[in-house]
Ligand binder design. Structure first.
Ligand code: C5P
Length: 222
């Protein structure tokens, strides 16, 4: 099979990572979760008690961080400077700070370089906010995954509860809305569908159905 590049973008909680991981597995491609990379930088900045408003300092952290994504037991493991941070990057503290960090042009530049290196040989399914528009504008398949805010909040609620967090649905809905707003309105590479992306609304659709839709799109490109 040709070394396809597949870009999957969309707002928080639309199911991008679950879908992207399974599409990658099915096609024998490498899955790259770019949100995990922004989270890794945010986690490291919080660990270092860095000033989260100081772009120079946070950009340095982003440049120096050795971020690795490896296949793990439940999908993918995330490593920062040799430490496994798979769970640590999903805490509410990281989640509530990540969009501010991701809005910094220096941070984006550092991570986009790393992302393009990962995709240089093709054969990737990459998910994020700016993959089809900016990171991989020549990707053969571009998908913009959405779902109603209610459904996205419900999915996050179940996921967080499963992980043992005590969460409030209204608070989660508000957190998702705020993150979407920040991600959509930032100056650099905001959350946008590429003009050539196929829109897939996952509200009331099963995971299997969504995966098949994307696999069918991929099959037309090989
Ligand atoms: O995908 P996930 O929700 O884990 O992403 C966390 C955050 O990382 C997003 O809310 C966004 O601020 C940022 N992000 C980004 N560009 C990407 C991927 C994620 O700005 N390509």
């Amino acid at each position: 099979m040709k070394r396809l590049s597949v870009a999957i973008d969309g707002p928080a909680g639309a199911g991008k990572s679950t879908v992207a991981r399974q599409v990658a597995e099915n096609l024998g491609l490498t899955y790259v979760d770019t949100g995990a990379m922004y989270r890794a930088v945010t986690w490291k900045a919080l660990q270092k008690q860095a000033d989260l408003h100081n772009e120079e300092e946070i950009t340095r952290i982003a440049r120096e961080a050795d971020i690795r994504l490896t296949p793990g037991q439940n999908g993918m493991d995330v490593w920062v400077d040799g430490k496994k941070v798979t769970e640590d990057i999903r805490t509410p503290e990281v989640t509530s700070n990540v969009s501010a960090v991701a809005g910094m042009p220096g941070v984006r530049q550092a991570l986009v370089e790393k992302q393009r290196q990962m995709a240089v040989a093709g054969g990737v399914v990459m998910d994020g906010r700016d993959i089809g528009t900016h990171v991989l504008p020549d990707a053969e398949v571009k998908v913009f995954l959405t779902a109603s805010i209610e459904e996205r909040a419900q999915r996050r609620f179940k996921e967080m509860k499963r992980k043992g967090y005590s969460v409030d649905l209204d608070q989660l809905r508000e957190e998702i809305r705020r993150r979407d707003e920040m991600d959509s309105n930032r100056e650099h590479s905001p959350l946008r569908a590429a003009s050539d992306a196929v829109h897939v609304d996952t509200t009331n659709r099963s995971l299997e159905e969504v995966i098949q839709t994307i696999l069918n799109l991929c099959r037309t490109k090989v």
